[in-house]
Design a protein around this ligand. Sequence first.
Ligand code: PGA
Length: 243
Amino acid sequence: MRKTVIAGNWKMHMTCASAKEFMEGFLPLFKDLPSDRNVVIAPPFTAISSLATIIEGTQINLSSQNVHWEDSGAFTAEISPSMLLEHNVRYAIVGHSEPRKYFSESDEQINLRAKSAQTHGLIPIVCVGETFEQRERGEAERVIRRQVEQGLEQTDLSKLVIAYEPIWAIGTGKTCESNEANRICGLIRKWSGFNDLLIQYGGSVKPGNIDEIMSMSDIDGVLVGGASLDPQDFARIANYKIR
Ligand code: PGA
């Protein structure tokens, strides 16, 4: 059985003080989490160390929001796998649409990041997804297939999560219709050739749509931005109920 992964991507939000305050609200709501799911939080780099201490002994795992392919060197603004492992980070988001868009990350770089994460024992969460214009032009499947094939090249598919995040649904309040998200996730599974691949959906996930999304046959979790910043909302999402 595929164990689901519920991940919160805090992006460039939360100081150490606000991360601590979040956990004070979140941890009491999070006690009896069913064992069929993993909960992950990806804070900004500065909050990783203090959060690692706060969540010790809980069921929460830490993720980074990126990881470099070299272990050290002249790579200003980057973070290496060993720096993350020192703080018990277990996952690393790579290829999110924001660095793809703002910093022109390529599929080749994303693949290097994913492979580096795996080599060091981190589980990459590889993000893929089409823009609104690509969808309108009927190019969504071709774009996603390219991102999947290039991003996952020479990776171990049993130690990886892929997040399907239609870019037009991120931070816009427009969720991709559940059946359509499920159809694309099914295609990703088929293209990958690995039936047990863990596939998340991401894009305006909230308490009001989580149960429907998690009832879909090919969706094994969610990557949550905005709603993961609110302890009540993220706890409700982590405690999703299958319909
Ligand atoms: P959102 O972001 O939930 O705010 O739409 C999702 C993401 O960027 O991963």
